[in-house]
Design a protein around this ligand. Sequence first.
Ligand SMILES: [Zn+2]
Length: 205
Amino acid sequence: MGAEHVDEPGWERVSLRQLLFAEYDIAFSVIGRAWQYIHFLRTHQFCGQCGAKTERVDWEMAMHCHRCQHRSYPRVSPCIIVSIHDNEKILLAKGVRHRESNMYSTLAGFVESGESLEQAVHREVFEEVGVKVKNLRYYNSQPWPFPHSLMVGFVAEYDEGEIRCQENEIDDAQWFDIDALPTIPPKVSIAGQLIAETVSLIGDK
Ligand SMILES: [Zn+2]
């Protein structure tokens, strides 16, 4: 994992993303947690407040500074992810990072300080595609260890506005018919699950 080297014969280095999309015996959540702990320990070797060397706490997952008593815990970054529908159609966007793979997905973004999850949904949707949404419904959540996100999924109804893509973030966004979907993320990801949920919602109407 990461910078640690394993040179044992018969061992193979695989990335976290490879593990996510492969079916190994060890649950992805266990490996994801291990990766987040390693990332935490590696990035908190010194106190963020006074700069002294920190030490691992032996009874909880934390790094402690014995000079100023500041204690750090593994970081978890909440990130909203939202699927938007309007009658028979679903709004999907292609981020600039997916320009080559041509994959369309739900909208997502980090929650800012002082913001509720719902406020983050409204802000992100408006920033990324320029539309307003209503009737948010919580769907589910998924830890996403790249490196420490917690994806919080919502389904929302379109309210008003024309699609206007955010420069440098969104390459394209469109309303799609559920029987003519573009390339979308696999169902191991919450994005894929949200799209499937929205498609079945529309299909039930
Ligand atoms: Zn300190």
